[in-house]
Design a protein around this ligand. Structure first.
Ligand code: DC
Length: 228
């Protein structure tokens, strides 16, 4: 079957990464979590006290940042920042609260998009994020846009945090998600939008398995009909 690019976009906590990972596993594709890249940059900025109003400092910091992904013994992809495993740290609330601001910066986005495009050269990838179908791979054969009710999203995120022994009340999580939705969809540089030609899937009342089945079904359809 022909190799394709699968772009999965949507708001935070709509099940993008869970779906993307599972779809990649089923198809034998590579999974790239583009949000993890913005989170890794944010972690670096926080740890090095980089001022978001100082372009020179930001550029120097970006020059120092190397992000990579490695699959661990359990088959899970983990994020590395300058060769250090930061998979757990980049999911902390302190990063979640700051990442949307960092991702509004054009210079940060350009650096990430360049790297993401290089990762997609060989195709056979599933990448999830906010601008994958609109900016990174507008030519992707399959573009999916996920949505879900805000409370359902908040409970999903709360469960994820609980699994990591972080107890955050639901109102705080709703507040964080709404704030990020607002920043992500109103920013000047590549705002979150449903890409032209994307298939929208509302995940509010469907299970992850149903969500995965639907994306795999759409992907196989694209693989079979791809010309070259
Ligand atoms: O998918 P996530 O929640 O881990 O993403 C974290 C943040 O990164 C999100 O608030 C917006 C930003 N992001 C982005 O601007 N563009 C992407 N392609 C992926 C994430």
């Amino acid at each position: 079957m022909k190799k394709i690019i699968i772009a999965i976009d949507g708001f935070s906590a709509c099940g993008k990464s869970t779906t993307a990972k599972e779809v990649a596993k089923i198809l034998g594709y590579r999974y790239i979590d583009s949000g993890a890249m913005y989170r890794a940059v944010t972690l670096y900025f926080l740890d090095h006290h980089i001022s978001l109003t100082n372009p020179k400092e930001i550029q120097l910091a970006l020059d120092e940042i190397k992000i990579s992904f490695k699959v661990n013994a359990k088959g899970k992809t983990e994020t590395f920042l300058n060769n250090l495993n930061v998979e757990k740290e980049i999911r902390d609330m302190r990063v979640s609260e700051f990442v949307s601001q960092v991702s509004t910066l054009a210079v940060v986005r350009h650096a990430m998009v360049d790297q993401q495009r290089r990762m997609g050269k060989e195709r056979s990838i599933v990448m999830d994020g906010r601008d994958i179908g609109t900016v990174v791979f507008p030519e992707a054969e399959l573009k999916v846009f996920l949505t879900a009710d805000i409370l359902v999203r908040a409970f999903r995120r709360q469960k994820e945090l609980l699994d990591r022994d972080e107890m955050i009340d639901i109102d705080t999580i709703v507040g964080n998600l709404l704030k990020r939705d607002e920043i992500d969809s109103t920013r000047q540089e590549s705002p979150l939008r449903k890409a032209a030609g994307a298939t929208e899937i509302d995940t509010t009342a469907i299970t992850i398995d149903e969500e995965v089945d639907e994306v795999v079904r759409l992907a196989v359809g694209k693989m079979l009909t791809k010309k070259k």
